[in-house]
Design a protein. Sequence first.
Length: 457
Amino acid sequence: MDYSKVKQAAQAYEKQMTKFLRDLIAIPSESCEEEGVVRRTIQEMEALGFDKAEIDPEGNALGWMGTGDKIIAFDGHIDTVGIGNINNWEKDPYEGYETDEVIYGRGGSDQEGGVVSAVYGAKILKDLGLIPEGYTILVTATVQEEDCDGLCWQYIHNEDKIKPEFVVSTEPTDGGIYRGHRGRMEIRVDVKGISCHGSAPERGDNAIYKMADVLKDVEALNANGSEDKEAIKGLVKMLDPKFNPDHYEDARFLGRGTCTVSQIFFTSPSRCAVADSCSISIDRRMTAGETWESCLKEIENLPACKKHGAVVSMYQYNRPAWTGLVYETECYFPTWINKETAGHVQALADAYKALYGEKRIGPASSMHLRNRPLIDKWTFSTNGVAIQGRYGIPCVGFGPGAESQAHAPNEITWKQDLVTCAAVYALVPSMYKGKGDEDVCQFRAGGTDTTSDKSAC
């Protein structure tokens, strides 16, 4: 195969990709409000000659190339977070600017740029006749990821009845190939009190004071070590074979779990009364060896939670999609890691190396982020929590942009990355040698008892 033709084809589409991405950035598209960018994506797919472009009932854009029974999918979420404090932005986040090197604006790295590269990667596959016999290429521009990562793929898997051979996630990877990441949970803690007039607080039982004890214990759970002297063993313990004998090496690859209090709520009859309830939300990042049950139990067993009779629970997600559909799910997002030898991981690595060599590439202004192994892992979470973590569909990551740009003001992405990724996506199917007999999972947490597909990868 003449790899230079793939690179030339991707480079020839740079201006069109840049325009498409700037069009997407210009349409505000926070979770559950993605209709405009979904319809713009369908328009681009149709203009580029996709065999079929459709919107499913949840509002995901699905673009198809080819007619084979086996599916290779390229996924990117089309929703973004909000802009936060506008004073932190140097330019309008929905207009911004472009230079010869970068595109500025909300969603460029996280992660509308990935959708753009996937759409054009599929176009190149068709242009150059690179869709293998027996395969269909699917590009998914998915919704609600920022609100509830993986929900879209729960719908695609369970309701659209689509199960690809493997999926390439186009989330930003700083020029690397990513084979897994930590999972996460959204946990709620509630404590009760008794209200009374604030002039005589001793008559009541202040729920906020109770929660203050809980807050210190949650902080200790994140900050403490795992030595015998620690009454509350810190989450770092999962890196130690003493506490995590089966998966400590996987945990060291992914990084330790973390927890932080992200929200606090209370009820009180008035500003001159004792609070009669208090609740907090905990963002819990989970490493290998941790389960949804163990994470809930860990909070329940905190001394302050026991002392104050705290109720610990997992959040449920039930916001309507832009189509109006409500697809409720638990706020649990399972951890996953692929074996580096897995066929789909090697297909992406082989495609990259054939085109660009053994090391990460990128513009000079991005290389301080890329001095890392070519094959690595994400820090944050992606739709892979459902694709592979929940359902065992092999997933691997390679996408334009930088993790550090995600959710940040003055977000940028690099034009060269759009081209690089489109070229690699176009070559991946040709490099794929099939699943084989190997279980591709190095670690997979799976779902809860009522929601998981327990099958192997």
